[in-house]
Every structure is written in C-alpha cells, then in structure tokens.
Design a protein around this ligand. Structure first.
Ligand SMILES: O=P(O)(O)OC[C@@H](O)[C@@H](O)c1c[nH]c2ccccc12
Length: 261
C-alpha cells in the first residue's frame, strides 16, 4: 500500500466518526478572509503560502513543539499571502484546533490542509475558520472531486486543487478550478522534483483566469526563481519555514518579482 492509500484508509474511519457526531453546531460565525485568488492574480511578485507542519510521513518530526498561533503570526508579519494548517492528526500531528486557533489569530486566508474525501470534512473545516480547502485529485474519483469542489464553493470556500501530472491537470481544469497547485512531491514515492512544476506549467492555460502554485520542496531563493520563471504565482512552503531561524528573511527571499527573472 502506498502512503496515500494508507492515509485514505484512516480518513474513511475518521469520516465514520464524523458521521456519528452530526449535525455540527456552528460555535462561531467564520470570520471573513480576503480572497487568495485575488491576492495571487494581481500580484507583482511570487507569493508564499506558509505552512504549519509539525511532522510528515516523509520527514518524520520537523518541529513538534511549535506554537501554531505564534508561528502563524510570524508568517503574517513576514508577508505571507495565506497560512496553510495541516489538520491531519495521525500522519502530520496537526488538528482542527490548530486551524481554529490560527484562523482567529490572523487576518490572512487560512487553508485547511487535509485529505478530504467527504463533504462533512469540508463543513468541519469551514466551522473551524478555514477560507480555503485542499482537494487532491489523486485521492478522488472525478465525480467526487467535482461534487466536493461544488459543495465547497457553495459554502464560500476557495478550493486549491492539487495535481501531480498532466492527466490530473486536465481533471482540475475540467471542473473549473482556479487555484491549481502542483505538488512537486509524489505522494506515492515521496520523490521531490521541481521539474513537476515546469512540466505542468508548459501546459497550463495562463491566459484563462487561473493561477498556478508550486507546492513542496522549496528550499531557497533559487528554487523560488526556478518556479517563478515558468509561471508560478505562489509557492507553498512547509519544512523550510518551520526550520528557519529567521522567518522574515527566509520568506521574503521567496518574493521574486514577476517578469524580472
Ligand atoms: O514541507 P514542504 O516540502 O515545503 O511542503 C509543503 C506542502 O507542499 C506539503 O506539506 C503538501 C503538499 N500537498 C500536500 C498534501 C497533503 C499533505 C501535505 C502536502
């Protein structure tokens, strides 16, 4: 079984639990967040979606003792475009409580980073204050992908649709996804290669109103230049920022000006 298959097995069990807890009570009205799409579409430089990531299946423990709110505030001060919060508990040591605390603390858009396979997870994310959810094309049948995308849209959530190859790009385009992320990490083998972004970019309809985001494996300014050159409007960065001793400096080093590289 690949790691993605293992994670999806656990997600099915989690959804069973969620079904028992239904209906959810909305404890607080979610706060209005700016649109990530608008920020990226109108930007003059490459933006950073900064991730709260304690651990991962590929890297093990990254920063187990992080205070998610302090980390998110540091990202906000440094000029992040959005905060991504891993909410998966078993494989990434995150939680919905992390997301909720971060969403209340920052004014930025907040992405619920999880493996979503059921609409109840989307409701849960919304309830915790997410303004964006992730849908991973490789984890979903096309019909389900479409259904979950439409459902999130009706809840006023933005949707980051994650792809890894050209076939998945076509699937994302066909549901009218506007925020499309290329995961440079293969979720089946953990292999990281920024060439994935270049490959997808070569077939990306930049003339339509869509933005391309390069996810995973961004380590330094040279990597940011590499993906910016092929047309990425943002990078999604976890580990490098989690380990950084100077978040402001690291993050700003990724703010490569468009058209100047
Ligand atoms: O820590 P990195 O290599 O900067 O990667 C961040 C992010 O792209 C990665 O966490 C990620 C991208 N897509 C995912 C899907 C599920 C879990 C995690 C991810």
């Amino acid at each position: 079984m690949t790691i993605l298959e293992q994670i999806l097995e656990v997600k099915k069990q989690e959804v069973e639990e969620l079904l028992k807890q239904r209906p959810f009570k909305l404890t607080q009205a979610p706060v209005e967040k700016p649109s990530l799409f608008k920020t990226l579409y109108n930007a003059q430089h490459l933006h950073v979606i900064s991730e709260i990531k304690r651990a991962s299946p590929s890297k093990g423990l990254i920063e187990g003792n992080v205070n998610p709110v302090q980390q998110a505030l540091a990202y906000e001060r440094a000029g992040a475009a959005a905060i991504s919060v891993l909410t998966d508990q078993q494989f990434f040591r995150g939680s919905m409580a992390d997301l909720q605390a971060v969403s209340v603390a920052v004014g930025l858009p907040v992405l619920c980073k999880d493996f979503i396979i059921h609409h109840l997870q989307i409701e849960q994310a919304k309830r915790a204050g997410a303004s964006i959810i992730l849908l991973i094309v490789a984890a979903l049948e096309q019909e389900k992908l479409h259904e979950l995308f439409d459902y999130a849209t009706t809840l006023d959530l933005e949707v980051l649709v994650e792809v890894h190859d050209l076939e998945e790009l076509q699937r994302a385009l066909s549901i009218e996804a506007k925020l499309i992320g290329v995961n440079n990490r293969n979720l089946k083998t953990f292999e990281v290669d920024l060439a994935r972004t270049a490959e997808i970019a070569a077939h990306f309809p930049f003339h339509e109103q869509r933005v391309l985001i390069s996810e995973s494996g961004i380590q330094d300014a040279a990597d940011a230049v590499t993906v910016s050159r092929v047309g990425a409007r943002a990078v999604l960065v976890g580990e490098t920022l989690m380990r950084s001793k100077n978040i402001g400096e690291t993050l700003r080093s990724f703010h490569v000006k468009h058209g100047e590289v």
